[in-house]
Ligand binder design. Structure first.
Ligand code: PMT
Length: 402
């Protein structure tokens, strides 16, 4: 993820400095080249020996090396780095960062850095909430730094509240996202509609017809499109997933009719649509107002067909609009997928199957075949849904940028 990236990890005086050891280990494991800079206060919490052993480099703290007087150039360090992460960031260090108080190497390096900066505060709840500290955080943001908001929980003081440094895994992911967001984006200016998850069709106030879709595939596609620079209209059925990206506008729906209404609104604004939702094909013809009571007799629920969202929009797509469908097939996959391409006017379809435990619904992995309208196809091995999403978005990108 961070292979070959040059990272400055700034550690300051906070109990959370112990977590920086794990953060450093994770950064090194992902392939990053890490230079640790620790403030004098940070050294009271954690020893440079541990940090240099893990980073494979001397840990910098002073402006000059004590043994031979070598100058540690903050300018060179600032230019060397692809990203600077200050974690934990104490209130004291953030105060110095925003006021350019250069009494240690970490601050001078921050002021010289040309790279993106990620700051993960850690302190007691009242210090964190104090207007002086909040103003400093806002100032850091206004200078371009990204803040990894601390979590809420038990603090070193024994008090409970907001101030715990975020977990190292989250900080690494934020660093990856931040670097990703700096890359040139091939789909900048493009707008893409994505449907994701299941739909629920009510039977009565407490029961519904639904399916096993978790939304993971669709959310991974939305995220990848945004990483490629596209503006994404994500229409999500009932799923337990969260997603946060400035380019993703999420609309939550429950039923197929609601999903259709949202898609009709957004599709005309879009250059492309990816229909990954598992839309219920039928809904109860009538929804009971009261909870249905159990009896010993058999029960029949009359169903009416739902609209086919992809087919309806595919029928009126403009020449420059691209649509991508999914086919979830248990047998005769390719034949059925080709039929769906024709019927729904897709540019290509993503064929997958729920037959194996590691594919299809709910899993973090999937195995797909992409079939184009000219019947050209490409099969991919089992991959994480994130990587599957990259394959799908790359295929879409080729058509959009033709
Ligand atoms: O959400 P996950 O747990 O990650 O699982 C992912 C997935 C298995 C749901 C996903 O990969 C997938 O296959 N989604 C499509 C499932 C499906 O409904 O396939 P289908 O073959 O029934 O539908 C064909 C296409 O028409 C799909 O693009 C579907 O979104 C669309 N459709 C179907 C019915 C309908 N009423 N309206 C539609 O738009």
């Amino acid at each position: 993820m961070l292979k070959g990236k040059k990272v400055i990890l700034g550690i300051t005086g906070s109990i959370a400095a112990y977590k920086a050891v794990y953060l450093l280990r994770l950064l090194v494991k992902t392939g990053a080249d890490v230079q640790v800079i620790i403030t004098p206060a940070g050294r009271k919490f954690i020893t440079p020996v541990t940090l240099s052993a893990l980073s494979g480099k001397p840990v910098l703290s002073e402006f000059f090396a004590n043994n031979d007087g070598t100058w540690h150039s903050h300018v060179d360090l600032g230019l060397w780095a692809d990203i600077m992460i200050v974690a934990p960031a104490s209130a004291n260090t953030m105060g110095k960062m925003v006021n350019a108080i250069c009494d240690n190497l970490l601050i001078t390096t921050y002021l010289s850095a040309k790279c993106p900066v990620l700051v993960a505060p850690a302190m007691d709840l009242d210090m964190f909430a104090h207007p002086a500290n909040q103003r400093n955080i806002e100032l850091l943001r206004s200078f371009g730094a990204q803040i990894v908001e601390p979590g809420t929980g038990e603090l070193a003081s024994g008090l409970e509240g907001k101030g715990r440094m975020e977990d190292p895994e989250v900080i690494v992911q934020r660093a990856v996202d931040l670097l990703e967001s700096q890359k040139k984006k091939s789909l900048t200016g493009k707008k893409v509609l994505v449907t994701a998850g299941p739909t629920y069709e009510n039977i009565d106030p407490v029961r519904f017809i639904g399916n096993y879709s978790s939304g993971k595939m669709g959310f991974a596609i939305a995220r990848t499109l945004a990483d490629f620079g596209a503006e994404v209209y994500l229409v999500a059925g009932p799923v337990g997933l969260s997603i946060s990206h400035p380019l993703i506008k999420r609309t939550d729906v429950v039923s197929a009719l609601e999903m259709e209404a949202a898609c009709r609104e957004f599709f005309p604004l879009c250059d492309a649509a990816v229909f990954s939702a598992a839309v219920a094909d039928y809904a109860p013809a009538a929804v009971a107002n009261d909870k249905l009571k159990r009896t010993d007799a058999e029960m029949t629920i009359r169903l009416k067909p739902n609209p086919d969202i992809a087919e309806g929009l595919g029928a009126k797509k403009k020449e420059n609009q691209v649509t991508v469908g999914f086919a979830l097939e248990t047998s005769n996959g390719e034949v059925n997928a080709l039929r769906k391409i024709e019927k729904k006017n897709f540019d290509f379809i993503v064929l997958n199957s729920p037959n194996k435990a590691e594919e299809g619904f709910m899993t973090d992995t999937n195995r797909i075949t992409i079939i184009h309208k000219d019947h050209k196809k490409e099969s991919f091995p089992l991959k994480s849904k994130k990587d599957v999403a990259v394959d799908i978005v790359t295929a879409l990108e080729k058509i959009l940028l033709k």
